[in-house]
Every structure is written in structure tokens, then in C-alpha cells.
Design a protein around this ligand. Structure first.
Ligand SMILES: O=P(O)(O)OC[C@H]1O[C@H](O[C@H]2O[C@H](CO)[C@@H](O)[C@H](O)[C@H]2O)[C@H](O)[C@@H](O)[C@@H]1O
Length: 246
């Protein structure tokens, strides 16, 4: 039995599980630039159906900022762990920001100066961190890593988080595992078993947390992972969700 087959056969009951999804590479296919990403209509429909079946126990935990997530998930308004959990919107719509991100403006300005004039390297500013993308300039990977390491040495309240063709600076006190734990502490998530679905190294903390809480985790695509199950590629998720949401 392949791991994908094991996932096919894993159909968590919507009335006793809580569902957590990463966005880029999970709910939406990756794109050349962050602003080109769209969550397909069919996927939005699946999420809406599963949310109904799960009594609202469905959230997105992503590196993206909260306003961007709302835009990408429209018309759905979901509980969110945005910016890797630095910004949490609970099921009641209340926003929690558990960390102090005041140094981020200085960090972003410093990085912008260092990276200026590098073709294909994109700096994405967030409220609690900065992402530097090199998907359009893969040859710049080492230079981006060097600049980000220099940034962390200078702004030591931040740490590096490598992702897919991106290096991020984020606050150490936040990760997707803590975001999942926080959301699981309240209705309608509390008392259920968590399932986390993601595709990237940035999802590993949430996979670990979901497993530790007696739940499960699904990694999309190749690469080492602590996830319990696997889907071969992003395109497989929508069909699988259709079977779970029934
Ligand atoms: O936690 P996620 O929802 O997976 O977000 C992780 C980062 O995703 C975005 O970057 C990634 O997707 C881009 C669009 O497909 C792609 O161009 C880039 O190479 C990927 O790294 C987003 O821009 C970041 O803010 C997120 O942290």
C-alpha cells in the first residue's frame, strides 16, 4: 500500500475531527509570485461543505497575512492562524496577536536596502515578519540566504524560516504548531481530534502538534516529514476532501 493509498482510506468523521489547512501548495497551487495565487472555486466549495459538516471546526494556518488570507478565501470567513500564528482569528472572530512585532519595520527597511536592484528577488512585508522570495531568480538563493542571515544577526529577535523558494524572518515565539494548539483550546475545535494538511517545512510544527494531540497529519508532496500520511500532489486534495465532507 502506498502512502497515498493509506490517505485515500483515511476518512476522518466530520463530527469528531477538527480540520486545519495550510494555504500555498495545499489549498492553492503554487505560482511564480505570491500575488498570482488563487484558491480554485472547487476548493472553496469543498471547504464550505466540510466546514458545515464539521460544525465550523475548520481553520487555515498559513504564513500569509490575515487580510491576504481573507481575500484569497473569499467569500469564506474562517478562523485563521496568519503569519505562522503571529495573528490568530478565533471562531468568534476575535483577533489575537500574542507577540510584539514592533521591530519588523526596521528589519524590512534594512533588507529592502540590501536587496535593492536584485532582479527577480521579491521582498514581502508582513506585520510580524518578512519573506524574501527567489522563485523568479533561483540563482540568487545563496545571496538571499546570506542577506537573511546577516539580517538575523542584526535583528536578533527574529529567526530564519526557510520555505519553498523563500526565506522568512519570523519571531521565534510563533509557529504553526502553537497556532493549532491555541485554536484547539476553544469551541468548536475543543474536544475534537485535529487533522493538519500542509506541503512545506513550515507545516512540520503543526503536523507534530496534531499528532501529539491524538490527531493526524497529511503532507502533500515529497520530502522528509513527521506527517503520518501523504498525498502525492496538491491536485489530489480536492477529491479527497469531497469524500471526507460527506
Ligand atoms: O503557510 P503557507 O500558506 O504555505 O504560506 C507559505 C508562504 O507562501 C507564499 O509563498 C509561497 O507561495 C508563493 C505563491 O505560490 C510562491 O511564489 C513562493 O515561492 C512560495 O514560497 C507566501 O508568499 C508567503 O508569505 C508564505 O509564508
Amino acid at each position: 500500500m502506498t502512502l497515498s493509498t493509506a490517505t485515500e482510506n483515511f476518512l476522518p468523521a466530520a463530527d469528531s475531527w477538527a480540520f486545519f489547512f495550510d494555504l500555498d501548495g495545499t489549498l492553492a497551487p503554487l505560482a511564480e509570485r505570491p500575488d498570482l495565487v488563487r484558491v480554485p472555486e472547487a476548493m472553496l466549495g469543498r471547504l464550505a461543505g466540510l466546514r458545515r459538516a464539521a460544525g465550523g471546526a475548520l481553520a487555515v494556518i498559513s504564513g500569509r497575512p490575515l487580510d491576504v488570507l481573507d481575500e484569497l478565501l473569499r467569500p469564506l470567513v474562517l478562523p485563521l492562524g496568519a503569519e505562522h500564528g503571529a495573528v490568530i482569528r478565533d471562531a468568534g472572530g476575535r483577533i489575537h496577536t500574542p507577540v510584539d512585532g514592533s521591530a519588523v519595520h526596521e528589519l524590512a527597511a534594512w533588507l529592502a536596502g540590501r536587496l535593492e536592484g536584485r532582479p527577480g528577488v521579491l521582498l514581502e512585508r508582513k506585520s510580524f515578519g518578512v519573506a524574501v522570495h527567489y522563485r523568479l531568480a533561483p540563482e540568487a538563493k545563496e545571496a538571499v540566504l546570506a542577506e537573511m542571515s546577516a539580517a538575523i544577526a542584526r535583528f536578533s529577535q527574529f529567526e530564519l524560516l526557510p520555505g519553498k523558494m523563500v526565506v522568512e524572518a519570523k519571531l521565534p515565539a510563533v509557529d504553526k504548531g502553537r497556532a493549532l494548539l491555541r485554536l484547539m483550546g476553544e469551541p468548536p475545535f475543543a474536544g475534537r481530534r485535529p487533522l493538519m494538511v500542509g506541503d512545506d517545512t513550515t507545516d512540520e510544527a503543526a503536523f507534530r502538534q496534531a499528532n501529539a494531540l491524538g490527531g493526524c497529519s497529511i503532507k502533500i508532496g515529497p520530502g522528509a516529514s513527521c506527517a503520518a500520511l501523504r498525498l502525492g500532489e496538491q491536485g489530489e486534495l480536492e477529491g479527497w476532501l469531497g469524500r471526507v465532507g460527506r
